[in-house]
Structure formats: structure tokens, C-alpha cells
Design a protein. Structure first.
Length: 349
């Protein structure tokens, strides 16, 4: 079974080809990705209209590139998948239209995939894939959630952010510090040169006794400290503040993840989404989980951000289990707001 995946939920256009045979784990044969980061940098964030227009320009050349890299033809595909949501409506429509048009022309089924399900399952393409059941920490620019995952399509929400996601806290704090877009990775790089004990920042809801997150207050605390330092802050103090910000976010994520493992009694953790690439988060989770004999699984670094591979993978894993429902008549739609825990096990899109 060969599945082509198209991702266009925000500011990355991703296309990938995944092969799945019998009950064997799917394999990634080729992928191509175009990031719009440089285009949006002058605006300090994603401009939805520009994002949509750029997806239109990029998606078909990326499809051609992936097909060429695999060394097969479009007619060798068995199914095509696209990100149905959540995400920016206009951007989602580009990927949906492309995938549905290709599927109609090839007379192949097309599947709408949940973006977060793609992230959640992405470690199954790694060299160390997880086994069900596990606790998943989905941590990205728009989402911070803890899920219990019993199988593909069987997800129970344990806790989530009540305001800003962890990725938003990284990005907004980076903007306060005058760092370029995308801010999260820039803040993490600057933090490598700082001392995270110089500035004291809050750890919101760290001891709340539940599995909820809140990062809006941390962002405000960073902005307050930055104002105290003034416009002529030295580079070393900026690095100290970046390090303190990262340490606060990571401590909360690690603490809540361990609490979720304790609450469920599970001994396996999956960490996925853009922030899962953060080296400090990985170091802290690896150390704390090893002491508790908990296995931790991450996507490969190239698959932490938005990409077509995770979309093709999610569709392939649902097809393997017989729970994928194709779009009827190629009449696609998108779901900009789509809670993962409301995704029915018997529907892929």
C-alpha cells in the first residue's frame, strides 16, 4: 500500500510518500518540505493570505519531486491523504484541493487526516517506534495537550493549555526579546549562552494538582522583566532571560508529563510536535523518565515540525486497521477547529 500525504495547515508545505505492507510498520520512502519562515519573518508571524498563496505555488512541484525521488509514478499510489484540520482555513483548502484533485484524476480514495493525529503518530516513523498504550505530550505552537493513547483513533484527553500553548510562550517571549521569527528556535539557541538561575520566572499551574497548562502568565512575566532591563539590555542578560524562559516552560512540561504517567499507570511516553525538537526538553525528560523506568519516544528531528510524512503515516495506519473512511465523491472540506479527542475511531477525516 502506497500513500501520498499532503500537509498545508500553516506555513509549511509538505508532501511525502509512505509505504505500508501487511501489519508491518509503515516506511517513509520520500518527502519534500518548503518552509515559509523567511517570507513571514518581516511580519513577525504568519500572514494567512500569504501562506495560502505560497502553498498554491509550492504543492505540485513538491508532489513531482517526491514521486521522482521514489522512482515510481502517481499511478502506483493506492491512496492520497491531506490535512483536514486544525489549521488556517485558506491554507488547509489548498492541500485539500490538491489531494482531492489528484485522487479524482487517478480514481484513488482520498482521506482527510487530523493534523494532531499526524504529530502524535509521527514517532512510528522513527528508529525507535513506540508501542500502545502510551501517554502522549503534544506540544507545538498552537497546542499543548496530554493524551492517553490506547490505539490508533482511541485518544483520551488528560489535560491541555487553558490559554497560550508552550510553543506560543516560546514565540511570544522571543518577540519580547527582539528575536527574529520563528522565535521559539531562536530563543532556544540564545538560551544556550545563558544561566537560567539569574532571573526568577513563574511556573504556572506547576502544583495545581491537575494536568492543565497555562503559559500566558509566564509570557507576561518575561515581558515585565524585559521592560525592567530596558531597551539597551546587554546580550548576556538577554541570554539569561531566554534561558530562564526555556527552563520554566520545560519544567512545567516535564512535571505534568510525569504526573500523567503516574495518573494512568503507563510506562511509555511519546513527545511530539514542534517543541519536541527542543534539546533541553529532551534532556530533562530522558533523565527524569529513566529514573522511573519510563520509555520516551520522539519523532526524528526532521519530522518534529509540520510535514507530509506524518499525514501519510496517519492515513496508512488507519488503513491498516480498517478504520479509514474516504471522502465521498471527492467533495472535500476542512476543519480549522477540530479537537483530537472528538476524532471518531472509525473516521480518518
Amino acid at each position: 500500500m502506497n500513500v501520498l500525504g499532503v500537509e498545508s495547515s500553516c506555513d509549511e508545505t509538505g508532501v511525502a510518500w509512505v509505504a505500508a505492507h501487511g501489519d508491518e510498520p509503515p516506511r517513509l520512502l520520500a518527502q519534500a518540505l518548503h518552509s515559509q519562515a523567511a517570507m513571514h519573518r518581516d511580519f513577525g508571524g504568519v500572514v494567512p493570505e500569504l501562506a495560502s498563496r505560497d502553498h498554491i505555488r509550492r504543492v505540485l512541484p513538491l508532489v513531482r519531486q517526491v514521486v521522482a525521488d521514489v522512482g515510481q509514478t502517481l499511478h502506483d499510489l493506492d491512496a492520497i491523504a491531506y490535512t483536514r484540520g486544525p489549521g488556517l482555513a485558506g491554507a488547509l483548502l489548498v492541500g485539500a484541493a490538491c489531494a482531492s484533485g489528484l485522487a479524482a484524476a487517478l480514481q484513488r480514495p482520498v482521506y482527510g487526516v487530523h493534523h494532531l493525529e499526524g504529530h502524535l503518530l509521527s514517532p512510528f516513523l522513527s528508529h525507535d517506534p513506540p508501542q500502545f498504550p502510551f501517554v502522549a505530550l503534544l506540544v507545538s505552537g498552537g497546542h499543548t495537550q496530554l493524551m492517553r493513547v490506547d490505539e490508533v483513533g482511541r485518544y483520551t484527553l488528560l489535560g491541555e493549555s487553558i490559554d497560550d500553548a508552550a510553543g506560543e510562550a516560546f514565540d511570544k517571549s522571543a518577540k519580547v526579546l527582539g528575536l527574529p521569527y520563528p522565535g521559539g528556535p531562536a530563543l532556544s539557541r540564545l538560551a544556550d549562552f545563558g544561566d537560567d538561575t539569574v532571573f526568577k520566572l513563574p511556573r504556572p499551574l506547576l502544583h495545581s494538582g491537575d494536568l492543565e497548562f497555562s503559559f500566558a502568565g509566564l509570557k507576561t512575566a518575561v515581558a515585565t522583566q524585559a521592560r525592567k532591563l530596558g531597551p539597551n539590555v546587554c546580550e548576556q542578560d538577554r541570554a539569561h532571560l531566554a534561558a530562564a524562559t526555556q527552563a520554566a516552560i520545560v519544567e512545567v512540561l516535564v512535571h505534568k508529563s510525569l504526573a500523567a504517567l503516574a495518573a494512568t499507570g503507563l510506562s511509555r511516553l511519546v513527545v511530539a510536535g514542534g517543541v519536541s525538537a527542543n534539546s533541553r526538553l529532551r534532556e530533562q525528560l530522558d533523565a527524569r523518565c529513566a529514573a522511573r523506568r519510563v520509555r520516551v519516544h520522539y519523532p526524528e528531528l526532521a519530522l518534529c515540525g509540520d510535514n507530509g510524512a506524518m499525514i501519510a503515516l496517519a492515513a496508512a495506519m488507519r488503513l491498516q486497521r480498517g478504520i479509514a473512511t474516504p471522502t465521498h465523491g471527492y467533495a472535500f472540506d476542512v476543519a480549522p477547529r477540530w479537537p483530537l479527542d472528538q476524532l471518531a475511531p472509525a473516521a480518518a477525516g
